[in-house]
Design a protein around this ligand. Structure first.
Ligand code: LMR
Length: 397
């Protein structure tokens, strides 16, 4: 039995992170997985999260199953954080939201729902995208293709090619987009480009599916939600998968949400029912702890202020590290254009390193990047950035 079971090739991000843990070198540096580390290289426990957690342990309560859709306070808090508390889509109850197992859980529940109602649709992801996007949608039964996105020649978005491809898609095609802090490139669409996409989505009857896992890490909580708020204001029907792993530093708690913005409250009620059915078929109901923390922080003004301030300082620290890396590389490699480290946004940068250069960086210098050339800038700190700049310069020279 099981002779036919193939060996798992591993996940390009998670398996690399496992390799890093096993690496015995004391000078190793992990810039692979998308996790924010502080300037001392530690995984932070945010102060607001710690306080919320202490309060929650004082209020020890029984732990019945949560409903399939998750905690009510959490779901409302997630909607308000995404769309703004006064947004019409929130106040008119046009959003069907479920608490999910991180952003991946949100993507999967939405993919299962869509496959039930649009089994013949194809899914289009940006070229490149987060490695698990393709796997999640293929796992739900879809054929997944790409649309042009990153242009290595300019280090920006090949927006004309993207528009041309999206203009040719069949109605009900599902278009997966990164709302901010594009993973893996760090290259985002501008507000003007989003404004051009909105009529296209409407005219071509496409189904936008936005992934927002880094709200607050780009330009701010509201600025990073620009795209979904613009789509909502334009009256589009669309999907949003959100994650609180990074913005609350609650990775292992698996806290996320799926929100489907519908045309009416009646539609949203029925969609919510079928999302609940999709949750029941996958894992029955979500866990309590992480979502209670997030709801407590977002629902308590003092904790929310403290959380926003700490998230802002994380965002600033990443920007400072971008500047420090840029300065180190400019010094080591005068004349080489590394401006993109400053213009890219969020946790990630596409370094332009080839897979072979990434291997050399890991093997010779103990610096871990994903083989696509993606660097997690949030793993840099004052203590390692010079070493990383020197190692990169040695590999690039
Ligand atoms: C990443 O992109 O590194 C993170 O989102 C972690 C993951 O699950 O891949």
């Amino acid at each position: 039995m099981f002779e036919q079971v193939e060996a798992y090739a591993g996940d390009p991000i998670l398996s690399l992170n496992e390799d890093f843990q096993k690496d015995p070198r004391s000078n190793k540096i992990n810039l692979s997985i998308g996790i924010y580390f502080d300037d001392a290289g530690r995984l932070p426990v945010m102060n607001a999260v710690r306080e919320a957690e202490v309060e929650l342990t004082r209020e020890i309560i029984g732990r019945p199953y949560l409903p399939m859709e998750g905690g009510a306070d959490y779901r409302v808090a997630a909607q308000k954080l995404l769309f703004g508390a006064d947004s019409e889509v929130v106040t008119s109850s046009r959003i069907a939201s479920v608490q999910t197992l991180g952003g991946s859980g949100g993507l999967k529940v939405g993919a299962d729902f869509l496959h039930t109602y649009y089994p013949d649709s194809k899914v289009y992801v940006s070229n490149p995208t987060w490695d698990n996007h393709r796997a999640l949608f293929e796992g739900a039964g879809f054929t997944v293709d790409t649309y042009p996105y990153y242009d290595p020649a300019t280090g920006g978005v090949d927006f004309d090619a993207m528009l041309t491809t999206l203009s040719g898609l069949a109605p009900n095609s599902i278009v997966l987009l990164h709302a901010c802090c594009h993973n893996p490139t760090g290259v985002d669409l501008s507000q003007e480009q989003w404004a051009q996409l909105i009529p296209l989505f409407r005219e071509r009857k496409l189904i936008p599916y936005l992934d927002i896992a880094y709200q607050g890490f780009g330009d701010g909580i509201d600025a990073d939600a620009f795209a979904l708020r613009a789509l909502a204001e334009a009256g589009l029907v669309f999907f949003v998968s959100s994650s609180y792993s990074k913005s609350f530093s609650l990775y292992g708690e698996r806290v996320g949400a799926l929100s489907v913005v519908c045309a009416s409250r009646d539609d949203a009620d029925r969609v919510l029912g079928q999302l609940k059915a999709a949750v029941r078929r996958n894992y029955s109901s979500p866990p309590t702890h992480g979502a209670r923390i997030v709801a407590k922080v977002l629902g308590t003004p003092a904790l929310r202020d403290a959380w926003e301030a700490e998230l802002a300082s994380m965002r600033e620290r990443i920007k400072n590290m971008r500047e420090a890396l840029h300065a180190g590389l400019t010094k080591a490699l005068p004349g080489r254009d590394v401006e993109y480290f400053l213009t890219q946004r969020g946790m990630f940068s596409y370094t332009g390193l080839s897979p072979e250069q990434v291997d050399e960086l890991r093997e010779k210098h103990g610096v871990y990047l994903v083989r696509s050339g993606r660097m997690c800038v949030a793993g840099l700190n004052q203590g390692n950035v010079d070493a990383v700049a020197k190692a990169m310069a040695a590999v690039l020279a």
